[in-house]
Design a protein around this ligand. Structure first.
Ligand SMILES: *[C@@H]1O[C@H](CO)[C@@H](O)[C@H](O)[C@H]1NC(C)=O
Ligand SMILES: *[C@@H]1O[C@H](CO)[C@@H](O)[C@H](O)[C@H]1NC(C)=O
Ligand SMILES: *[C@@H]1O[C@H](CO)[C@@H](O)[C@H](O)[C@H]1NC(C)=O
Ligand SMILES: *[C@@H]1O[C@H](CO)[C@@H](O)[C@H](O)[C@H]1NC(C)=O
Ligand SMILES: *[C@@H]1O[C@H](CO)[C@@H](O)[C@H](O)[C@H]1NC(C)=O
Ligand SMILES: *[C@@H]1O[C@H](CO)[C@@H](O)[C@H](O)[C@H]1NC(C)=O
Length: 448
């Protein structure tokens, strides 16, 4: 077989690097709690999940030559269109790697409502990316050929069949991933900074991304995904290049939503307008992201999409000790704008636990503010977040709280309310409605 056949239906799976939301039907009220689905913790978990080893059949390459693998479907900005992505050819890692020529394999998708014949055809683009480390002893990586093709003219609630690959090539020729918890030689750790404090740069093991793509294919080749960057995707390399794997491997509805970046974009799904924002790129008023957000919010028609949901990685309203008030500069820069446009719900990841807020604005309960939901509990080999900043001796020293990559310091002591004059509350904050440390995922159902 030199191409892959799959189906796509009208389901949406939104994947925020450890946040997973699935919705089929769309409640017009959000009074009830968004329920975490809890996976019971048995002793063997010991507070963290375990990466599949390189030898696990689910992460090994099963195709030959230039047959497609790591196939996924991503949403475009409206239901009329989706992206199909896949990889052909082997990645290389080590010395003397030679990047493949992306022109060598064509990017074709045949699709239609019947299995035979597939009446529609679309072509797209192909690319490769490199992860290079100019340091003695570190290994470089070059990816297989990554293909992205956009299908258009689709009807909602309709099952489509598709086939991707290059039919001209005969079969004989040939935070998601947490790849940054590994050295380039494939040795991993549950805590990079504890185990590998001497490395000249924060290394990664890029084949973990290929393992992720293979492991996820049975799901994401049928149900569309949407991703937004987390800190584990920074993956700094030579030339201070960052986010190469994230920006190359996934398809984003950026152009379709008027964004010039893979780090922020928007789309409609059912009655929801989703806005995806970047916590690890410039977000202040003069930044492109902020200007794009203003334009995008101004275009939202609440008659068409009554619900407005925003999503980004590091939470603004989290009461756990881990990452406590880490993203305050982003909150100070963007909260007023999101509030003015009546954002209903915000989803975040980053903190490895679950927490749901009351409606809040600028740390004050406000019936017009969004509900903030942190679902960073999708599973990872780092530890779960268990301690709360309001417990005795857990309040971090304020100057230690900003993320060094994001920079800035905006986390000043509260000026009003029960915690006035202090950096942390001395009980569960009023803005925190419910919190639970467990592995799990959430299901968001929106009706009408
Ligand atoms: C990796 O790539 C960098 C940048 O091109 C280069 O300086 C370095 O020597 C390469 N390392 C190996 C092991 O080939
Ligand atoms: C990878 O490098 C680390 C640090 O130098 C070393 O401890 C480890 O044994 C190496 N692993 C392999 C598989 O070579
Ligand atoms: C690249 O990053 C290093 C530190 O990681 C910094 O010293 C250097 O100025 C940066 N270079 C550029 C061109 O931004
Ligand atoms: C939020 O509260 C702080 C402290 O009370 C105040 O200085 C700031 O102006 C408020 N921000 C907005 C956007 O209302
Ligand atoms: C945004 O502005 C704040 C102060 O207004 C500053 O501390 C911070 O560094 C800026 N952040 C970025 C990413 O430009
Ligand atoms: C801020 O609050 C912390 C404790 O929460 C306290 O140690 C510190 O002195 C306060 N800083 C100011 C400027 O009041």
């Amino acid at each position: 077989m030199d191409f892959y056949s799959g189906t796509v239906s009208g389901l949406l799976l939104l994947l925020l690097l450890s946040l997973v939301i699935v919705h089929g039907e769309i409640p017009t009220t959000l009074d009830g709690p968004f329920k975490p689905v809890t996976v019971p913790l048995d002793q063997s978990f010991r507070g963290h999940a375990i990466d599949l080893p390189d030898t696990d059949p689910r992460v090994q390459r099963t195709v030959k030559g230039y047959e497609p693998e790591q196939i996924s479907v991503s949403l475009s900005s409206t239901h009329h269109s989706v992206w199909i992505s896949w990889i052909t050819g082997e990645f290389q890692i080590g010395d003397n790697i030679k990047p493949l020529n992306p022109e060598m394999v064509a990017s074709f998708v045949h699709y239609g409502r019947l299995r035979f014949p597939l009446t529609h055809q679309a072509t797209g683009q192909s690319l490769i990316y490199n992860q290079l480390y100019p340091f003695e002893g570190l290994q470089n990586y070059t990816s297989g050929i990554i293909h992205h093709v956009r299908l258009t003219g689709l009807q909602p609630n309709t099952l489509y069949y598709y086939q991707c690959g290059d039919p001209s090539i005969p079969a004989m020729i040939g935070d998601a991933s947490y790849a940054n918890l590994y050295l380039t030689n494939g040795t991993g750790s549950d805590c990079y900074s504890c185990s590998f404090s001497q490395t000249p740069i924060h290394e990664t093991y890029q084949p973990r991304w290929d393992y992720w793509g293979r492991f996820m294919q049975p799901l994401v080749s049928k149900i569309p995904i949407v991703v937004v960057e987390g800190n584990h995707e920074i993956e700094e390399q030579a030339g201070n290049l960052t986010f190469a794997a994230y920006s190359s491997r996934f398809a984003f509805p950026s152009e379709e939503s008027g964004s010039s970046s893979t780090f922020y974009y928007s789309f409609h799904a059912g009655g929801i307008h989703f806005i995806m924002l970047g916590g690890y790129i410039a977000y202040n008023k003069s930044a492109d992201q902020y200007k794009w957000l203003e334009r995008d919010l101004a275009k939202v028609d609440r008659k068409v999409t009554p619900w407005l949901i925003a999503t980004w990685h590091p939470p603004w309203y989290s009461s756990y000790k881990a990452h406590y008030r880490e993203a305050e500069c982003m909150r100070v820069a963007m909260e007023e704008l999101l509030y003015n446009y009546g954002v209903d719900v915000v989803f975040n990841g980053h903190v490895h636990a679950y927490e749901r807020s009351n409606r809040v604005y600028n740390y004050t309960l406000d019936p017009c503010g969004p509900v903030y939901i942190t679902v960073g509990d999708g599973g990872n080999r780092e530890k779960m977040a268990i301690m709360h900043a309001d417990e005795p001796d857990n309040c971090p020293e304020p100057s230690t709280t900003p993320d060094s990559y994001m920079g800035g310091f905006c986390a000043y002591n509260f000026t009003s309310g029960p915690a006035a004059g202090k950096f942390c509350w001395d009980r569960q904050p009023d803005y925190s409605a419910y919190r639970e440390s467990s592995f799990g995922h959430g299901i968001l159902e929106v009706k009408n």
